[in-house]
Design a protein around this ligand. Sequence first.
Ligand SMILES: [Zn+2]
Ligand SMILES: [Zn+2]
Length: 462
Amino acid sequence: MRSPFLGLVQASIAFVALAALTGLHDAAAQDGAAPARPATAQASVSYQEWFTDEAMRIDLFHAGATLDDAYSLDEVVWEPVWPGTRVHLIDPFKFGSYRFRVRDAASGKELFSQGYATLFDEWTGTDEAKAGVRRSMSESVRFPWPRKPVLVQIDRRDKKTGVFQQMYELVVDPASHQISRARPFSSFEVVDLNAGPAPEKAMDVLIVAEGYSPDDRAKLRADLKRFAGLFLDYEPWKSNRERIHIRGIEALSLESGVSEPRKGLFRDSILGSSFNTFDSERYLTVMHTKRLRQIASLAPYDTLFVMANSGRYGGGGVYNQWSVFVSDNEYDDYVMLHEFGHHMGGLADEYYDSAISNDEDLMYPPGVEPWEPNISAFLGKSRHAIKWKDLILASTSIPSAEQSAPEDQVGLFEGAGYKAKGLFRPQKDCKMFHKGLVGFCKVCSRSLVSMLHYYTGEEVKP
Ligand SMILES: [Zn+2]
Ligand SMILES: [Zn+2]
């Protein structure tokens, strides 16, 4: 199975044999939106037996068109520290439009898994994609460094059934000399913004500066401090600040600011961030995601902020990938926290009153329960089938009437996920809805705290 030269082989042939031995396809078929297995059943994977303290990153190209996407390998990279969970090795949440799984190549035993979402998936719902344009974007998956050869599989969630289907596989031998140990961008300074426990016990938050030229260095340092402080002053982080380690990377760009194509402004910023993603006025995303991963690897991180040096309103956040906020807008605090909700918690937008650039029906097909923890299609038509049912009082009407409900009441309010009809949110208002002073609703808060416990190794309630 191992190539003597590369140590990295596409596993299509090996996989057939593995599948026959271990019944891998059966396991995949059981994993829909709802957890098929209790998280505790995974205690059989011993971290120390299978993994070291280091991390493996696989950089990939994600390319194709609507309903026709594929992955190909860019490179496999060594990172010095695995900062993530050593307890919840098999993803207890099952969120995400994609997920990857790491198996022992010899036995097929599942050792690690994690769900994620992609900007590529969002792009496939745009008019550009539907017109037949094909594109590629770079993405990475990261997991603890395996002691033995592993099979890495990527599964895509079928939009119509909500069930994961395998789409890519690769065998990686950790002994291969082809795995990159280069440390690019290591001249950038890493600063501590809030000391916390050791990486495996903390949620490690990393803020990477973007669009700051060498002349902006004083502002960069002040902005890092300001946003770290702002984050820690906000619930649910405020009551958990001793669990959170925040670091910043003083990444420098040749030019100040980020690109705004609609205004004809293009900047040579280190991460190539740009407004007008998918031609949406306010959608600010990172183009050089591989470079972001290279820079981020200079510090331990579970969650990733990109702090863009701009006064314009905009941002973006993708589950288990990255989140971007702007440094100098009157709503910059809202953008930071809201986008982090997408990125860290897999939370959906609860608003339905402003247009987006992709097809809402492709994002949330009618008749399919969204995987996000904070919106529901209410397909069970029963209060007992609602994801957040335990937070709903027996006296609350379902669906809930907006006019009469108190602000802090959890119910089932129609209008969410860009749709006024057919999708529901838990509370009248939330940080995932409006850009006012409102906090995260009770369902979003609980979900974020559960994700925090995933990173700190405490008990989680998916
Ligand atoms: Zn949003
Ligand atoms: Zn919410």
